[in-house]
Design a protein around this ligand. Structure first.
Ligand code: MRU
Length: 353
C-alpha cells in the first residue's frame, strides 16, 4: 500500500538542526505550513494547540520532542541528565490528558534511557533518537496491519462513516480508521466515505475530507447532525473511528460526538468498529469513566474558525473534547494483532499475552 496515501509526514526529525518539523494541522486545508520546533515549550504548545493531533502523532511528537530537548543537555553525569529528562517529560505529559499514546511514548523513552544508564551521555542521546525513530517506524507498520484486518469485515462498494480524523496525518502514515479506506482504494473497493465535520474544531471537514479527497477517495462531507438521516437512507454499511484510549473493559474515548454516532449505528443496525493500535489500549484504566476527558476553551465553540462570533459573547459554554463510547455499542476493536470481539475484558487482556 503506498501510492494512494497522501505522503505527508506530519512529524519529522531534523536532527542536523536540532528540530522537529511539524505540519501545522490548524492551518489545513488552506495552507501546508511546516513548523520547526526546538524547545520543550514549542512542543508543548504544538500539542496543546492541536498543531499536531491524533493519538499516535501526539506520541511520536512527544518522543522526538524529548529527544531534541535532552540532546542539547550539557549534563555530564547520568543523574543530572536523567533529572533534565524527567523535567521535560513532566512538562510534555501535561499538554493533553486523554490520548494515552502521549504517556505511552514518554514512558517508553524513559524505559530506554534507564536501559542505557551504563553508557556515556552521547550514547544515551543516540539511544533516545533510535527509540523515537522506532516509535514512528513501528506506527507505520501498525497502521498498515490495522488496515488489512479492517478489510476482513468490509465489502466493496460499502458506505463508511467516520468521525474526526484518524488518517495519515494523525499517525506516522496510513492512519487507523482510514487505513482500510486507502488499502481498499488500491484494490478497487470503491468505498463511499461519509466524513462527519466534527464540531467544534472541524477535524472531519478540514482534515479527513481534505486528505481523502487528495487521495482520490469518494468522500462526502456531512454536518454532525446529519449522521442519522444518512444512516436511515442505507448509505452507510459500517462506521470506522479511531480512538484516544481504550479502557480494559473496552470502553473507548474518542473525539466528542463519537458516542452519539455509536448510539445511532446501534439503532440502525450498522456495525461500529473502533480502530486502535495496541499503544492506545490502556489496561491500567478499568473503565471509560476513569478516563480523563479534556476540557477546552470556550472560544473553540464561540468564535474560532468564524469571521464573526457564532454566539453571544457572554454565553456559558461546556466544551469536552472527547467522549466515551460504551463497550456494548462497539462491534469490534481493530488492532494490529487482529479484531478483538466482546467480551473485551477477557479478549483485550489476551492480545497482550
Ligand atoms: O483532538 P484530536 O484531534 O487530537 O482528536 C483526535 C481523535 O479523536 C482521533 O480519532 C484519535 O486520536 C485517533 S487518531 C488515529
Amino acid at each position: 500500500m503506498s501510492e494512494h496515501v497522501t505522503v505527508i509526514e506530519s512529524v519529522k526529525l531534523d536532527d542536523a538542526n536540532d528540530a522537529i518539523i511539524l505540519l501545522d494541522q490548524t492551518q489545513l486545508p488552506n495552507k501546508k505550513e511546516f513548523l520547526h520546533l526546538k524547545t520543550v515549550d514549542d512542543v508543548w504548545d504544538a500539542i496543546y494547540q492541536l498543531k499536531v493531533r491524533g493519538a499516535p502523532a501526539i506520541g511520536i511528537a512527544a518522543a522526538y520532542g524529548i529527544y531534541i530537548v535532552t540532546k542539547n543537555s550539557k549534563a555530564t553525569s547520568f543523574d543530572a541528565f536523567y533529572q533534565e529528562f524527567k523535567t521535560a517529560k513532566e512538562k510534555l505529559a501535561s499538554s493533553r490528558p486523554t490520548a494515552v499514546n502521549l504517556f505511552w511514548a514518554l514512558d517508553r523513552m524513559e524505559a530506554r534511557l534507564q536501559n542505557e544508564q551504563t553508557g556515556t551521555i552521547t550514547e544515551i542521546k543516540n539511544a533516545l533518537r533510535e527509540e523515537a525513530d522506532l516509535i514512528k517506524k513501528e506506527d507505520q507498520k501498525v497502521c498498515e496491519a490495522i488496515g488489512y484486518h479492517a478489510l476482513e469485515v468490509l465489502e466493496p462498494g460499502w458506505g463508511i462513516l467516520t468521525h474526526c480524523n484518524a488518517g495519515t496525518i494523525a499517525t506516522a502514515k496510513y492512519g487507523t480508521a482510514l487505513a482500510p479506506i486507502y488499502l481498499g482504494q488500491e484494490r478497487g473497493y470503491d468505498f463511499k466515505v461519509y466524513a462527519d465535520e466534527t464540531r467544534p474544531l472541524l477535524q472531519g471537514a478540514r482534515l479527513t475530507a481534505w486528505e481523502l479527497n487528495e487521495a482520490g477517495v469518494d468522500v462526502t462531507l456531512i454536518c454532525d447532525n446529519m449522521a442519522s438521516i444518512v444512516m436511515s437512507q442505507d448509505k452507510v454499511q459500517a462506521v470506522l473511528v479511531g480512538c484516544d484510549r481504550v479502557a480494559a473493559n473496552g470502553d473507548a474515548a474518542n473525539k466528542i460526538g463519537t458516542s452519539g454516532v455509536a448510539i445511532l449505528a446501534k439503532h440502525y443496525g450498522i456495525p461500529f468498529y473502533v480502530c486502535a493500535p495496541m499503544s492506545t489500549i490502556d489496561l491500567n484504566t478499568e473503565t471509560g469513566s476513569d478516563i480523563e476527558i479534556e476540557l477546552r476553551s470556550e472560544e473553540e465553540i464561540k468564535t474560532k474558525w468564524y469571521s464573526e462570533p457564532m454566539a453571544p459573547a457572554d454565553i456559558k459554554t461546556y466544551n469536552p473534547a472527547f467522549d466515551v463510547t460504551d463497550h456494548s455499542l462497539i462491534t469490534g476493536i481493530i488492532t494490529e494483532k487482529g479484531i478483538v470481539s466482546p467480551s473485551y475484558k477477557e479478549n483485550l487482556t489476551k492480545i497482550f499475552e
